[in-house]
Design a binder for this molecule. Structure first.
Ligand SMILES: C[S@@+](CC[C@H](N)C(=O)[O-])C[C@H]1O[C@@H](n2cnc3c(N)ncnc32)[C@H](O)[C@@H]1O
Length: 326
């Protein structure tokens, strides 16, 4: 698929959609609803039920796959944990209707299914599309957006906020198939449970390393990577953490290296005009969504010293910001 390049040079960010912005009446109303704890709990449950029901009706074996992954991943927890890593307080928030956020088996063993659901939702009117085909199409759009910024073969790539490795493995495939032969691809995440599931999914051992650490303080050596991707990470971060991640990515990249940030597109019509009920459900499960939409990421990239910043809509819900470390 050919993603449409919306602009080049330094793009301006759109203002946050009204439903997420607590400076607007709609944003304030949604925030007030979510401030009532029993209401938030109810919406959490509602969001979760809806997600599982929709996914299973579209051919994603949500509950069966969860049990399979858990059984296989539990023995890999110790190997996926760096005991010295302390998750920052913001990371311990409730995400995605899980009380323990990303630090639990339920979140880790449902992440693959949730990612497939996200992909299906992009083309929800195509009822015959399989979860695998939707996932492939979504990732193809992302990597096609990155490609024009890669002016030399990628030898080392790092996928930060890799979760259970869906994007990490897709990135490794894409790089190998697009001339970056012998590329070493690693994943990094703060959740040991996610990393244990990633190892199960990477049964063939295609990924060089699965690192347990914070994206803003990786502990990895400087200038070790030609490409860093953060696929669907920034909307899970408070603004200060996003900025810290950009700084760390700049440290990790070699001169000429490329950073790609994939996430919801603040300029997309479907995002901006989300029906209030759906927006409320979404906001109930994403604690830092307002921060994400308020942060002018292109400007933050420029502030961090990145150049050649491009914004590309990889599909009609998501955008990729691609930038080069001078
Ligand atoms: C929505 S998931 C990412 C999905 C995945 N990258 C993909 O493309 O399918 C967000 C991930 O970011 C991780 N994460 C959030 N904050 C992080 C941080 N500060 N450092 C490392 N990982 C983080 C979470 O544990 C979670 O696995």
């Amino acid at each position: 698929m050919n993603p449409s390049a919306l602009s080049s040079g330094l793009p301006m960010s759109a203002p946050p959609p009204p439903w997420v912005d607590t400076r607007t009446p709609l944003g304030r109303l949604i925030a007030a609803v979510l401030a009532v704890e029993p209401m938030r709990q109810l919406l959490f449950l509602q969001a979760r039920r809806m997600m599982i029901r929709t996914a299973e009706s579209r051919g994603i074996p949500w509950r069966r796959r969860r049990e399979q992954l858990r059984q296989a991943a539990e023995p890999l927890l110790a190997a996926s944990t760096d005991a010295a890593v302390v998750a920052p307080p913001y990371y311990r928030a409730r995400f995605h209707a899980y009380a323990e956020g990303n630090l639990c088996w339920e979140a880790a063993c449902e992440a693959e299914q949730a990612t497939d659901s996200v992909a299906l939702r992009v083309w929800k009117e195509e009822k015959q599309l399989t979860p695998e085909a939707a996932q492939q199409r979504m990732r193809d759009g992302i990597y096609a957006a990155i490609a024009p910024s890669l002016s030399a073969p990628v030898r080392d790539a790092l996928d930060i906020g890799c979760s259970v490795g869906v994007g990490t493995l897709a990135l490794a495939d894409w790089l190998e198939q697009n001339g970056h032969l012998g590329v070493r691809v690693s994943g990094l995440d703060l959740s040991p449970q996610m990393l244990a599931v990633a190892r199960v999914r990477d049964a063939a051992g295609r990924i060089t390393a699965w690192h347990h650490s914070a994206a803003e303080a990786t502990g990895l050596p400087a200038a070790g990577f030609d490409l860093i991707t953060a696929q669907f990470l920034c909307h899970e971060l408070p603004g200060h953490a996003s900025r810290a991640v950009l700084l760390e990515a700049s440290r990790l990249l070699r001169p000429g290296g490329v950073l790609a940030l994939v996430d919801q597109d603040p300029e997309a019509d479907v995002i901006r005009a989300m029906p209030p009920a759906l927006a409320t459900l979404l906001k109930a499960t994403e604690p830092y969504l307002e921060d994400y939409f308020r942060l002018d990421l292109p400007a933050a990239l420029a502030d961090t010293g990145f150049t050649a910043i491009r914004r590309v809509a990889s599909d009609h819900r998501h955008r990729v910001l691609v930038a080069t470390r001078p």
